[in-house]
Design a binder for this molecule. Structure first.
Ligand code: AP5
Ligand code: MG
Length: 227
């Protein structure tokens, strides 16, 4: 299963991608996490990307496309993946189509997580992420860590992303509206687009996604196993 998650910043793409990845046994590929990892390791790419990320702007298409191309070559993607944060521009849509054609694969679905901007601001305002193992996401109110400030999974310190300030969130929403939201028309045209109501609890949203993917049984199994 090859699924792309679309939606504005704060819609819950990372949260849902992580849950889907666990339940479906396929990797979660987040371009935001990949870029933040480069920034943390001070690679050449990280140094080029850091200021753009902090300003809420997209990093250059060629840079991020090379990162995704490399990641999709990894054998762990053979059984599918959840792609979170890519494509985000018309260039990236074409690049992804090329990568899929090169590997003789196709997307299963593009899920557009729909939530209004007021809720996005609320969600991002309380978000905390793990400094150690990228990908673990918490929220001060809706998904608090058991021990305040520390990751439930690895004990790493939680922090607020530098691009989660109210001003940068406004800029990221504007970039999303201008560059990324219009791409849904392309995927609607290919018949891959599925719109998912992303309001309500994370569990409710996961249930809607699995229903949309025609996999409601996966949720039943996960609940039975307590995951
Ligand atoms: P990226 O990291 O992808 O950020 P984003 O798209 O702005 O999305 P977010 O990570 O902010 O939100 P999310 O939808 O993942 O929400 P989350 O699950 O965390 O990109 C960062 C930057 O990298 C970009 O601005 C750009 O500079 C660069 N970049 C990345 N990809 C690029 C590309 N392809 N091209 C060019 N540049 C690129 O949830 C948010 C909060 O809400 C959390 O606290 C969570 O706990 C909470 N929450 C989640 N679901 C619920 C719920 N149902 N109810 C209540 N709270 C909830
Ligand atoms: Mg995210």
């Amino acid at each position: 299963m090859r699924v792309v998650l679309f939606g504005p910043p704060g819609a819950g793409k990372g949260t849902q991608a992580r849950r889907l990845s666990r339940r479906l046994g396929i990797p979660h590929l987040s371009t935001g996490d990949m870029l933040r990892d480069h920034v943390r390791r001070r690679t050449a790419l990280g140094q080029r990307a850091a200021d753009l990320i902090d300003a809420g702007q997209l990093v250059p298409d060629a840079l991020i496309t090379a990162v995704v191309r490399g990641r999709l070559r990894h054998p762990d993607t053979a059984g599918g993946y959840v792609l979170d944060g890519f494509p985000r521009s018309a260039f990236q849509v074409t690049a992804l189509d090329t990568m899929l054609a090169e590997t003789g694969t196709a997307l299963t679905a593009v899920l557009d997580l729909v939530v209004d901007e007021e809720e996005v601001v609320r969600r991002i305002g309380g978000r905390q992420i793990c400094s150690r193992d990228n990908g673990h996401i918490f929220h001060l109110h809706s998904a608090p860590a058991a021990v305040r400030g520390l990751c439930d999974h690895c004990g790493g310190e939680l922090y607020q992303r530098a691009d989660d300030t109210p001003a940068t969130v406004r800029d990221r929403l504007a970039v999303h509206r201008a560059s990324t939201a219009p791409l849904t028309a392309h995927y609607a045209g290919t018949g891959l687009l599925r719109t998912v109501d992303a309001t309500g609890t994370t569990e409710e949203v996961t249930a809607r996604i699995l229903q949309t993917l025609g996999l409601p049984g996966v949720l039943d199994t996960a609940v039975a196993q307590g995951s």
